[in-house]
Every structure is written in C-alpha cells, then in structure tokens.
Design a protein around this ligand. Structure first.
Ligand code: CS2
Length: 492
C-alpha cells in the first residue's frame, strides 16, 4: 500500500503528518527543480507555514528535465516522507506542501500557465549551478549555451530556467499581472544578483523593452540555503517503508541541521518564513560567504581528495584522522580570514558544528555526488577565497591542494588506474586535456588552468597560485591522496 491522501490516517503515531487540511490550501509558489534538496528544505519551511495557517503558500513543483520525481510522487498526491537522520535515530515526517507536480518537457504550457497565475507570487529555484546557463567565472549569461540559443529562437516553448522565467514574466506583464519574486536557492555566489543578471540579459536579448521592465520591476532577493541532503538510495526507501508501514517511492533523507537566510525583499508578499525558523535579513552576503567557503569549500576538498583516497562517503573521509585535521586546518588557517563576520554568527561554533555535521555517520553522502559539476562550484567555493588570500599576500597551500584534488579527479582516472565517472558540463574538455597530458601532472595542470570559464585570466597568471597547485598535483600523482594529505597536515 502506497503513501497518499487516502492512506495518511494509517501512519503510525511517531510519524508527523501535515497539521492542516490539505484540501483547503492553495498554490502560491512555483518551484523549478523539485529534487531532494528542495523537498528537504524550502518545502519543509512552507509546510510549517501552511500549518500556521498561511494557507496560500502551497507549492507547485516542476522538474525541468527528468520526470522521475513527478512519476514517483503523483500517485502519492505529492506526499513524501522526510527522514531526519542522526546518531539518535531517524525522525520521520510526511510533508504536504507539494500540492502539484509538473514535468516541464512534457507539459511546458501547463507550467507557464501555473507561473503566470496571479496567485503565484514567488518562483523558487533549485536547478543546480549549471541550470542557470551562465559562465561560472564571470556570472554572465552564456549566450552560446545550446538551451539559451534554443529558447531565444523559440521563447514560448522554453527549455532552460532563464527561458521559463522570462516567458512567464512576459506573459504576466502582457496580462497586467504583477511579476513574481524570483528566489534562487542554489549555491551560487550572490545568487539573487547573479540570477537577476542572467535573466535580465536573456530578457534583453528577447526584447530590450522587456529587459528594462525585468530590471526595474522584478525582485531577485539573495538567499543562503543549507541542509545536507544525500541522494536517496533503495536502502533508504526500504527503511522508510518499514517505519511508515506504507510505500513511499521517493522519500528524502537529511541531517537535523537546516538554515535559510533570506534577503527580505518581496514586493508582492511572502509567507511568514521568519515564524518557521528562516532568518530574514537585509544583507545575505556575509552568511553566504561563510557557508559557501567554509561548508561547501571544505565539502568539495573532502570529496575530491576523499574519492581519490578510496572513500565512499564524507563521513568515511572524516573518520580518517588526517582528513579531519585537513578540514580544521583549511578552515582555521586559510578560509576564516576571508570570511567577514556575519551578524550574530559565532564562527568558532559554526566550524565546530560543520565538522560534526560532516562526520554524521547516519548520512551516506557520497564523495562522488559532491564531486559533480566542479567547474560550476570551484569558483565560489575555492577560487574566491584564494583570490582574497592572494590580495592579502597570504599563503594558500591547503586551498591549492583542494584545487589539485579536483584536477586529479577530472583527469578521469583514479589512483588504481580505474576510470572515474566525471559528471560536469565541461567533462569533454577535461577528458581532452587529460588525454593530451598523458598522465603528466605538469601538462594536466597547464591544460586545466587554461580553462577560462573556471579560472578566469588572473589566476593562471599568478605563480603564487599556480606554484602550490602544481606542487600539490605532482604530489598527488607521486604518492597519492592519503599520503599527500598526511604530509600537508603535518606542515599546517
Ligand atoms: C554539496 C552541497 O553536493 C554538493 O556540492 O556541497 O549540496 C551541500 O551538501 C549543501 O550545500 C549543504 O547545504
């Protein structure tokens, strides 16, 4: 028997369920990219808002690519379980905020109609870094991106996130409906500003007048989102079914920690998110730097070096003492100095909590999952603090080691000579560079450093950066990741 509206009352007592009448809520948010992260984060905050009586803020969730989530949740009336995993066990709740599911490639017009509905006042997005079709080094729209070219040629049947946003905004404008607020919930630097730039440029390319209107009328608040949400496995499904006494085709698994810092700029209204644990602030930047550089920067470093050292999950990596010391040293002696204090944040406690979160053995967060799409992640996670260190004349051996770990990883061959399944929009370029380099660390570094979309033009020209990266990469080839990390922490 499957989880659904008609089986809700069969849930055992220790599983929380929507504390409101699901039939009386209405959709006020369209979400693009209805994957596990959204369902463990924004959808939960909105579920709590609905339970507090803010009944106009249910979600219509759309996938821009795969129909899998929709196919899994449609028979369940959009209901799914969230399992919060810690050493203390798994805490389960069923989330009800997702009231409608759409698959954009199957029903693009239905999605555009939903986005044009005057009752929808916010469009949230988690389409991953690459989903914005921008150049990661500059943040500008990639005008040669195939989806952007297609969407400019055929704006009323879009494929990309910018294409959907602009077409829906154009329809609202034509109908005299106020624009929705665009709330990016991806780990991009200055995410609201970056998406504003991309969307405004796309609108301008369609029609300069539309571009001016988007620039003047649409709000793109910045946000910092945080919750570790590993991909769901079949073992997770079995565990959840056991607890629910019902099948759930796609539950989500998350850590106890959750944070959402939001720039409070919603001209047409918003749900009472401050009542359900979100922080509404005037400036997200300090929170974002703290999170992208300390959490995500460490995460990527652990993912690349940990994968190379044969570790399956982040908690496995953290269980190796040298790697745990690496994170502490990276954070304390290199990254912290580049992170301006966020109001009310206690950095020492934040870092301590991060290390404990990474070590949570109940979360099976695969190094391979985090290693994906490095070309889109490195600039804000590792290269931004590196630029700050360079500007301050400060050394950066551990940040450089993280970058070298990425280089060794995207070479596509692990330390035992086995192929690595490198997932990245630039994977074909990495493979060409690696083939050219033929296993030579120096040539691999040269080829990868020349990728402007990742490194820009400043970093490859600065020997204070390229020197330590080359040295670390040479060591990774010579003695492997585990020994290189040992040596690096011995010196730190
Ligand atoms: C991770 C993030 O996959 C990744 O790149 O670093 O998804 C990370 O788990 C989240 O940002 C935590 O909030």
């Amino acid at each position: 028997m499957r989880l659904s509206l008609s089986t809700l009352d069969r849930l055992p007592r220790d599983v929380r369920r929507p504390a409101y009448d699901l039939a009386t809520v209405s959709v006020g948010v369209v979400h693009l990219g209805v994957g596990a992260f959204h369902r463990a984060h924004q959808a939960v905050y909105l579920d709590d808002c609905l339970a507090r009586g803010a009944t106009g803020w249910a979600v219509c969730g759309a996938s821009l690519r795969s129909p899998d989530t929709s196919d899994a949740l449609d028979p369940q009336d959009g209901l799914y379980a969230l399992a919060v995993r810690s050493g203390a066990g798994d805490d389960l709740r069923v989330v009800g905020s997702l009231r409608r599911l759409l698959v954009a490639p199957r029903e693009p017009q239905a999605l555009l109609v939903a986005m044009s509905d005057p009752k929808v006042r916010i469009v949230t997005l988690t389409v991953t870094e690459k989903g914005y079709c921008h150049d990661p080094a500059t943040g500008a729209l990639d005008e040669r991106h195939p989806d952007i070219i297609a969407d400019l040629a055929n704006p009323s049947a879009p494929k990309s996130a910018p294409g959907y946003l602009v077409e829906a905004l154009a329809r609202r404008r034509a109908a005299g409906v106020a624009p929705f607020t665009v709330l990016c919930c991806d780990n991009l630097p200055a995410n609201g500003e970056t998406v504003a730039k991309v969307v405004t440029r796309f609108a301008t390319l369609r029609d300069p007048d539309l571009g001016r209107w988007v620039e003047g009328e649409v709000a793109f608040p910045c946000t910092m989102v945080d919750r570790i949400v590993p991909a769901t496995t079949d073992a997770d499904r079995a565990l959840v079914a056991g607890r629910l006494g019902l099948e759930d085709a796609w539950p989500v698994m998350a850590e106890p920690f959750s944070q959402w810092v939001i720039e409070d700029r919603f001209p047409t209204g918003r749900p009472p998110l401050e009542e359900v644990g979100a922080q509404l602030v005037a400036d997200v930047r300090p929170y974002e730097d703290m999170k992208l550089r300390l959490l995500n920067g460490s995460h990527s470093t652990l993912a690349y070096l940990g994968y190379l050292a044969g570790k399956e999950t982040i908690s496995d990596v953290m269980a190796a003492p040298a790697f745990a010391r690496l994170v502490a040293a990276l954070q304390d002696s290199e990254v912290t100095a580049t992170v301006p204090p966020a109001p009310g944040a206690d950095l020492a406690a934040y870092k301590q909590a991060l290390r404990e979160r990474f070590a949570n053995p109940a979360l099976k967060h695969r190094t391979w999952q985090i290693a994906m799409d490095g070309s889109q992640k490195l600039p804000q996670r590792l290269l931004a603090p590196i630029r700050d260190r360079l500007a301050a004349g400060a050394p950066l051996p551990l940040l450089a080691l993280g970058v070298a770990g990425w280089m060794r990883y995207v070479s596509g061959q692990d330390e035992a000579g086995k192929p690595i399944d490198v997932r990245d929009p630039l994977a074909a370029r990495f493979a060409a560079v690696a083939a050219e380099a033929g296993g030579d660390a120096g040539r691999l570094a040269d080829g990868l450093l020349a990728i402007r979309e990742v490194f820009g033009t400043d970093l490859p020209a600065d020997p204070r950066f390229t020197g330590p990266v080359r040295a670390a990469l040479a060591s990774l080839y010579r003695q492997g990741a585990a020994a290189t990390v040992e040596a690096a922490v011995a010196q730190a």
